[in-house]
Design a binder for this molecule. Sequence first.
Ligand code: IFM
Length: 472
Amino acid sequence: MTRENASGNTDDYCNILGLEEDSPLLREDFIFGVATAAFQIEGASDVDGRVPCIWDTFCAEPGRVANGDDGSRACESYRRWEQDLGLVQDLGVDAYRFSIAWPRVITDLHGTVNQLAMDHYRRQLDFLNERGIKPFVTLYHWDLPQYLQERGGWLNRDTAYAFAHYADVVSQAFGDRVFSYGTLNEPWCSAFLGYLYGIHAPGIRDRKQAYQAAHHLLLAHGLAVPKIRVNAPAADVGIVLNISPSDPLENSLADRNACLLADMENRDLFLQPLLEGCYPEPVLNRHPESAPLVLPGDMALISAELDFLGLNYYTRNRVGAADNDAGYVTPPYDGADATDMGWEIFPQGLTRTLRHLARHPRTPALYVTENGMASADRLEVDDQGKGVVNDNARVRYLQRHLQAAEVALASGVKLRGYFAWSLLDNFEWAEGYNKRFGLYYVDYATQQRTPKASALALKALMQLRRKSLTKQ
Ligand code: IFM
């Protein structure tokens, strides 16, 4: 194993992701994949009739995004899609999770469908299906069309109906070409980072608006599910949540109670409506003035049966009691084992969260739909003049989280798959292009992609799995 000088030969990486040949993660039916999102990779923000989205607007506002970066170019993946899907194929994974850009597909308030965009995504789906790679499509990964924001965005109930129309159009056209439809990616981020903390588009800071946005996002999901089921009866339908478990800053009663509050607000405000058709009472009781307007029938729609729940897992939260509006604080992590985002590396939290989810009788099959880390990767040149990126910390991160997933699976959790975030370095929202999460390094000046050690390690793991499966 020549880790110091990545040669690009996957034999050198034979099993550095550390799974034994008989690991349940290496069984044939366990799905490995990589994930991306449209706004983060596509660029081409004004090509083929795409209209602006809230992130185009947000990026144009001074001080919102690091270095004033925007998504107009990103990884140019709209144009280079064939090359990028080739990278997915080369990794040898089973699935590719990517999002469709709503502002490409539906271009105005009347619901007009843009055929050029539909053709583009159909080509991608055909490419994947022809090569036996399962397409996991996310319908909403934060790129709300600006024309809807001008009508109030997620504060306007009509946005939920507009989403259902968009989901109907996409699922009618693509049907079972899609293996799995995820309605929303991380509605917590859309509602809380967008409307409570103001660090994502549309940049608002207001708890009442955040809770209302959360309800309309969940309603959008609930309205879309039956449409997708009719149009794509063989496809799976689900939703993706980001969950970071909470641990007390100090082992005091006050901090332990603060953790309960934090988990209820950040996790249960999204999970409980989906699984039980109601919002967590303690959250509404603490913030009665912020309770969302819920109309009769909404909760039944939101809690319809799902085929899967996706978990995006990165870190845990350290939580302390506070005399503020929320009742708790989550101070930045100051330990040495942090990623480039400043997030603590805490694989045990993945096992814990999967087990927590699995305990609920209505929890459907689970996937880890995102897991990965940002690191300050450097592109180097080896003796043969070849580009190499020794992202050893990421390899170790993936290894530890795969092992944590394996522990959960072995203890009976219905975990069906694992997706690494992300295929490529890309636009990391308010952090712009500063933070690199990719398995492939992107040189943004030349748009050249270089496999990092982590890509070679995943590829080697997929080869090992194929070998052990053919032996059986
Ligand atoms: O890049 C994001 C992604 O869009 C959603 N989940 C978390 C990732 C890392 O921050």
